[in-house]
Design a protein. Structure first.
Lengths: 215, 477, 255
């Protein structure tokens, strides 16, 4: 059915056309950056909630971030996205090891993701309330890196922690083609209510929260 | 004589379910687990009731001006490259999806879990057009292999023991497997992975659209919904016309309440929000994103004040888990796509002339547990009563049964008739309890009670009613 | 004790809405309510014209018949200063169902609301209006409390019955698993879908058996008749009592 006719049926069912809809005011009030102590509290909350659903998070000093990442990633095939958007200290992760980034052709990229042991991504935000990582797709951040590999590592600086969903969502009014909250490894309880981890998505999810200001 | 006085199809299916011990236990175990999860999640979240108020308000606000909200959503979605289609009924919806599949030369459609797809019977339509429709949610895939229907909105396969699942997979793969969940889930992962990469078309539902950003949102735990909306070149999302909120702020409440109400999770593993196909320069994501907005009886509910609020439903399944009837017999007894209290309300509304769906209004003790569990506070118990009134007005329920009920109700309005009828009924019951022929005859003439009395001991029926005792009670003062 | 509590109820006068179920099948519950209230000095009237609040007709889909009964009940009870109902379900009907019945009739809706404002389920009246918890009752044994669905979900009855029971001397209160679950009565539901009702009450009975209680107490006679019938049928020696019957008791043991 034509859109106009379809909407006219809806209006009729409502008893007449509604007054025009106005979008909400999304200009977020400028907020001061959080103090480190607040961020550390948010990290603790974030890590606790993520742990409840089988994910893990650890706070690492910037000086040690690359080494720690490499230690976890091992020598298996891996892909990465968005890391160049991270601060200098974390970019080192990209530099080391034979990883495939989003500069390849689409089919090669997809095959690399499907082969990868680890997919490494950044996160736009870390949401303390739920232990969620917020990922946004764009040209530098294709989607499959957090989907096809067997394990998913998120690397993000401590400053990307936000308190709750409301705060996280205020940053999404400009609507990337995809935004995604990932909270823990893929799971199902479809078979006799028995929880099992790692069905279609990655079976491991680890978050490296990089502390840039550690004393 | 029948129990319901309608078709008794529900009663027959319920009897069948009650005869299956595994089914009964599996359903009970599942609903107990899920409602305990919900109870724990609501107790843990200090603001749970405030969130319910907020989400209830947000859903009703969007539905109360659905025309302009849809319009705003569509304008923003189209600006980001979404191709929006509209379908008044199931046939139109299927035609649109089949049309897209044909235009794309698709041979395989990989599907994420969608109740709307079940409702419009999309798989059958795709198969008829020589497009293989493959369910990829673990539970839905099992259902598809078994040739069955989901028995729960969010856990489609609660009724199936793992042994049967193993046998299905063994038949499918031709190799022996074990009963272990890990092994069975691993088999599904391996088999379906290749299909995700092969499918030309991905089909999903839409948990909720967001007008503010022209988006659609998919909630999932397994990740298959992400696969089918990321890997195939074309993604088609089926969206019920009522599944929309106005703002991201409204959506935040859904993110909190949908998983908590459904399973007690704080958040689902994935909340996937899509605003258009892959943009220039993006390496993956679909080239085309189609959203098919489906009415299929929903707009009619919008016009009915008694039932409009049912459109606020977010399909969490909490009312199923809370319902004593659902917990006793499971979803298949309802004989409809949507089971449980929400199914008993919306299924008759989707098809007003369907007598078999109409009788589902009786499949409730009106205990109100559904309303109590509903994250958007839909008064399902009141709606079931209103549906019973609709049935009575249409003469559904069998003329004899209705007439008897009516006579009883009218007798209640005349004290001496009420009094006399009470005396006679009590005497008959006492005689029956004493084994008297007259009493047995009297009770036998009330056959609706016969089945009940096979399962309950008769109460000690008093000789005198309270009103007959009153004068003596007055003298006690 | 007794004298102080008599002062509490003195000069109070209530009409008893006995309910058709209590009237016809459990008059002893009505008797217990009257005796308990009188002991507190409350004067109890029994408007003889009363029959049924209309709930059965309403839930059965008979809107016109239900409305006629509701109008009757309003006319009969509105002259009284307060109405006491030994049923959370029927009190819930007055509070919630009448809102539904009269939603399009402002004049009747106002009368219905005025009646609802002074209509109390029995334990609600004792605790919230009289302000009493300890009525000096005594009973040996262990009881489980079954909160009826309509009392809690339609009427909004809270912990009043539990507080009253806790004050009964000698009475232990067992923990009843999933106490808030429906017992499967549902008025005509149990006759229309008897097998289903039986499956639901079966869960209630097994929870009762596990609780170790010798008595199940509720504020609704419908639930009690249903549970009692199911217990007897299964050979489980559990007595079903309305809360007023427990509060009426002064001696040890079942009355």
């Amino acid at each position: 059915m034509e859109a106009q006719a379809f909407l006219a049926r809806v209006s009729a069912a409502l008893g007449g056309a509604s007054a025009p809809w106005t979008p909400p005011d999304t200009r977020a009030a400028p907020s001061a950056p959080r103090r480190r102590v607040e961020l550390l509290h948010l990290h603790a909350e974030f890590a606790a909630h993520l742990a409840k659903v089988g994910g893990t998070a650890e706070l690492v000093p910037a000086s040690n971030a690359a080494a720690r990442a490499m230690e976890l990633l091992g020598a298996g095939p891996r892909v990465h996205v968005g890391l160049e958007l991270l601060p200098e200290c974390v970019r080192a992760v990209v530099a080391r090891g034979a990883a495939i980034g989003p500069d390849s052709d689409p089919l090669g990229w997809r095959a690399a993701c499907a082969e990868a042991e680890w997919g490494v991504t950044d996160a736009v935000q870390l949401v303390a309330e739920t232990g969620s990582t917020l990922l946004c797709a764009n040209a530098r951040r294709p989607r499959a890196a957090s989907l096809l590999p067997r394990r998913h590592m998120v690397v993000a600086p401590l400053s990307r922690l936000v308190a709750d969903l409301d705060e996280a969502l205020t940053h999404l009014a400009d609507a990337p083609s995809q935004w995604l909250l990932v909270t823990g490894p893929s799971r199902t309880s479809d078979i006799e209510n028995d929880l099992t981890i790692g069905v279609h998505g990655p079976g491991v999810m680890h978050v490296l929260v990089v502390d840039e200001d550690e004393a | 004589m029948s129990g319901l006085g309608l078709h008794d199809a529900f009663l027959d299916r319920a009897r069948h379910a009650l005869g299956q011990e595994h089914l009964k236990q599996a359903v009970r175990r599942t609903t107990d687990r899920l409602r305990d999860g919900r109870a724990a999640a609501s107790a843990e979240a200090g603001a749970f009731e405030a969130w319910r108020d907020a989400l209830s308000e947000a859903r009703r606000r969007a539905i109360g001006r659905l025309d302009v909200v849809l319009q705003a959503w569509q304008a923003r979605a189209e600006a980001r490259g979404v191709l929006v289609h509209h379908a008044v009924d199931a046939r139109e919806a299927c035609d649109i999806v089949v049309g897209i599949a044909r235009a794309k030369g698709a041979r395989l459609a990989a599907k994420g879990k969608s109740m709307l797809s079940e409702e419009i019977e999309l798989n059958q339509a795709l198969e008829a057009a020589c497009v293989e429709a493959l369910e990829t949610d673990l539970g839905e895939w099992i259902i598809q292999l078994a040739g069955e229907r989901p028995s729960h909105i969010i856990l489609p396969v609660v009724h199936k023991p793992r042994g049967e699942i193993r046998e299905l997979f063994e038949r499918h793969g031709g190799e022996p497997l074990s009963d272990e969940t890990r092994v069975l889930a691993g088999y599904a992962r391996d088999r379906l992975r290749a299909e995700f990469l092969r499918a030309e078309l991905g089909v999903t539902g839409c948990n909720m659209a967001i007008a503010e950003t022209g988006s659609i949102a998919l909630f999932s735990n397994e990740g298959n919904g992400r696969m089918v909306s990321t890997l195939p070149r074309t993604h088609v999302a089926l969206m019920g016309v009522e599944r929309i909120v106005e703002t991201l702020a409204d959506f935040a409440h859904l993110v909190r309440l949908l998983p908590r109400s459904a399973t007690g999770q704080r958040v689902t593993t994935y909340v996937n929000v899509l605003s258009g196909p892959a943009r220039p320069g993006e390496l993956d994501g679909p080239e085309e994103l189609h959203v098919v907005v489906v009415d299929a009886g929903r707009t009619a509910q919008l016009a009915e004040r008694d039932y409009r609020d049912a459109l606020a439903c977010v399909r969490c399944g909490a009312c199923l888990n809370a319902c004593p009837v659902y917990s006793a017999v499971g979803g298949h007894a309802y004989g409809t796509v949507y089971p449980g209290p929400i199914g008993a309300v919306i299924e008759p509304l989707y098809a007003r002339d369907d007598e078999r769906r109409a009788e589902l209004a009786e499949a409730s003790s009106l205990c109100g547990a559904c309303h109590e569990a509903c994250p958007v506070r839909i008064p399902l118990h009141d709606m079931l009563v209103r549906l019973r009134q609709d049935n009575a007005r249409r003469g559904r329920g069998g003329p004899t049964a209705l007439a008897l009920q009516r006579i009883a109700a009218r007798a209640m309005a005349v004290p001496f008739v009420y009094d006399a009828a009470g005396r006679i009924a009590r005497r008959a019951a006492r005689l029956a309890a004493g084994g008297g022929q007259l009493g047995r005859w009297a009770l036998g003439s009330a056959p609706v009670l016969r089945e009940l009395l096979r399962r309950r001991a008769l109460p000690d029926v008093p000789i005198r009613s309270f009103r007959e005792l009153w004068d003596e009670l007055e003298e006690e003062r | 004790m007794t004298e102080r509590s008599e002062a509490v109820g003195a000069r109070r006068r209530v009409a008893l809405m006995v309910t058709c179920l209590v009237d016809q099948l459990a008059p002893e519950v009505g008797v217990a309510v009257v005796r308990v209230l009188r002991r507190q000095g409350v004067q109890v009237d029994f408007p003889r014209a009363q029959t049924c609040c209309g709930q059965a007709a309403w839930n059965g889909g008979l809107a016109d018949e239900a409305r006629a009964l509701a109008e009757r009940a309003i006319e009969i009870f509105e002259p009284y200063e307060a109405v006491v109902v030994p049923s959370g379900s029927c009190a819930g009907m007055v509070h919630h169902g009448y809102e539904e019945i009269f939603r399009d009739d402002a004049a009747w809706l106002a009368r219905a609301r005025a009646l609802a404002a002074k209509t109390h389920e029995f334990s609600q009246y004792v605790v919230s209006v009289l302000g009493l918890v300890d009525l000096g009752a005594a009973r040996d044994g262990t009881c489980a409390y079954h909160p009826s669905c309509h009392a809690t979900r339609l009427l909004g009855l809270g912990d009043e019955p539990r507080r009253l029971l806790e004050a009964v001397r000698g009475l232990r209160i067992a923990t009843l698993a999933r106490a808030e679950d429906c017992c499967g009565f549902g008025g005509a539901f149990c006759a229309k879908l008897p097998e289903l009702s039986d499956a639901i009450v079966g869960a209630k009975v097994s929870h009762l058996a596990q609780s170790g209680a010798d008595t199940v107490v509720s504020s609704d006679v419908g639930c009690l008749l249903n549970i009692q019938g199911a217990c007897k049928h299964r050979g489980l020696p559990i007595e079903a009592l309305h809360i007023a019957q427990v509060l009426e008791g002064r001696k040890g043991g079942a009355a």
